[in-house]
Design a protein around this ligand. Structure first.
Ligand SMILES: [Fe+2]
Ligand SMILES: [Fe+2]
Length: 349
C-alpha cells in the first residue's frame, strides 16, 4: 500500500537537481536503498578553492544535513547514519570549516566577563553591504520576492538549527536558550511560530510555501548560510560557535527587520505580510541582550575555554551573511536576478 502523503508544508523536502559530479552521484545513491557510496566520493572537495561558493560542495553538504532535519521525499530514513555518507559529509565539512575560519580571521582572546562586550564590538564593526537599506528604499516587488525566496530555506524552519544546542547545555545558558527559542516557536502557539509568520509573508507574495521547494533556485552562498548553522549545530564540539552564531543573528536583527517591514509597506503590501518582520523588531531587541549576556555569557562562565569558539561562530555568521548580501546586491546592480535561473533549475530537475 502506498504511504499516506505528508503535508508538503512541513517536509520531507523534494530532492533538488545536481550541481556537479559529487552531488549527482549522491542524489543517484539516495534514490536507492542505503548502502556504500562510491569509495572516496568527494575527495576532490579537499582541493576546492572557494568552498563557500562551490555549488557542488554546498549542495552535497545540504543533502547530507537535511537527513537530520525533515529528510528528503522518497529517500530512506536510514541514509541518515549511513557510514559512507557520513564520511562524504566529513570530506565536505573539512574545507568548509577551514574556509569559515579563514573568513572569520583572527579574533581577540577574551576572558569570560568580557565576552558580551566583545560580541557587541564585533557586531558594531560589521560593515556589511547595504542589503536591508536597499530593500527598504529601492527594491521592487520582484526583488523582494527573490530575497524572501533565499531566506525561505532558513525561515521555514527558523530556530531549528539552534535547538540542537539544547541537550548539550546546562544551567544559565540552557535557560537563556529556552527563553529565546520559546519566542521563536511562538510559545507553543502555531500561529505565532516565526516559521508560520514567514509562511504568511510568502503567501502574501504569491510564493510557494512548500518545505524546501525553492532549493533549486538558491545559489551556493545561500546554502552556505544554512550549512553553517547545521555544521555548528550537529557537532557538539562546535556548541560555542553555534551560540555565537545565534547571538550574532539576534544582535543584528532588530534594525534590518524594521527596514524589511518598511520596504514591504512602501510596496503597498499589507500587515499580514509585514508581521514576520515587525515581530522581530520587538522580539530581537530583547533577544540580543539575552543572547549576549545570559546565553553566551552563561556558557563561558561555565566553560571559559569556549569563549574563542563563541566569537568564531559570531564572526562566521556575519561574514557569510556579508557574502550573501554581496551576491544579491551585485546581481541586482548588474540588472539581473540573484537566484539561479529557472531554466537551470528545471534542467537540473
Ligand atoms: Fe525569529
Ligand atoms: Fe530572535
Amino acid at each position: 500500500m502506498p504511504a499516506a502523503p505528508t503535508d508538503r508544508r512541513y517536509g520531507p523536502a523534494p530532492l533538488p537537481g545536481p550541481r556537479g559530479p559529487v552531488s549527482a552521484a549522491l542524489l543517484d545513491a539516495l534514490r536507492a536503498a542505503p548502502g556504500d557510496l562510491p569509495a572516496g566520493l568527494g575527495v576532490e572537495f579537499g582541493a576546492v578553492a572557494e568552498p563557500l561558493v562551490d555549488e557542488d560542495l554546498q549542495l552535497t553538504l545540504f543533502l547530507c544535513y537535511e537527513l537530520h532535519y525533515r529528510g528528503w521525499r522518497g529517500v530512506a530514513d536510514d541514509w541518515e547514519w549511513e557510514p559512507s555518507l557520513l564520511a562524504l559529509r566529513a570530506r565536505a565539512e573539512r574545507p568548509f570549516e577551514a574556509a569559515l575560519r579563514r573568513l572569520a580571521g583572527p579574533l581577540p582572546a577574551v576572558l569570560p566577563a568580557a565576552l558580551p562586550g566583545a560580541l557587541t564590538d564585533l557586531v558594531a564593526a560589521d560593515d556589511g553591504p547595504p542589503l536591508a537599506a536597499t530593500l527598504q528604499r529601492r527594491a521592487d516587488l520582484d526583488q523582494f520576492r527573490e530575497f524572501v525566496t533565499h531566506r525561505s530555506i532558513y525561515h521555514l524552519r527558523e530556530a531549528d538549527p539552534h535547538s540542537w544546542a539544547l541537550p548539550r547545555l546546562g544551567g544559565a545558558a540552557k535557560a537563556a536558550l529556552v527563553e529565546i527559542q520559546m519566542d521563536e516557536y511562538g510559545n507553543g502557539r502555531l500561529d505565532r511560530m516565526h516559521a508560520e509568520l514567514f509562511r504568511a509573508t510568502m503567501e502574501r507574495l504569491d510564493l510557494d510555501t512548500g518545505y524546501g521547494v525553492h532549493l533549486d533556485r538558491v545559489p551556493a552562498v545561500t546554502l552556505a548560510t544554512n550549512n553553517l548553522m547545521s555544521l555548528f549545530g550537529l557537532h557538539r564540539r562546535l556548541r560555542g560557535a553555534l551560540l555565537g552564531h545565534l547571538a550574532a543573528y539576534e544582535m543584528t536583527s532588530s534594525l534590518p527587520n524594521r527596514r524589511y517591514g518598511n520596504g514591504l509597506r512602501r510596496l503597498g503590501v499589507d500587515a499580514v505580510a509585514t508581521r514576520f518582520y515587525d515581530e522581530h523588531v520587538e522580539a530581537d531587541a530583547v533577544h540580543e541582550q539575552i543572547a549576549a549576556y545570559d546565553l553566551c555569557g552563561g556558557l563561558v562562565r561555565a566553560e571559559p575555554a569556549l569563549a574563542a569558539d563563541v566569537l568564531f561562530g559570531a564572526a562566521a555568521a556575519l561574514a557569510v551573511d556579508r557574502l550573501f548580501a554581496d551576491h544579491v546586491l551585485s546581481a541586482w546592480s548588474a540588472g539581473g536576478s540573484s537566484l539561479r535561473s529557472s531554466d537551470r533549475a528545471l534542467a537540473a530537475a
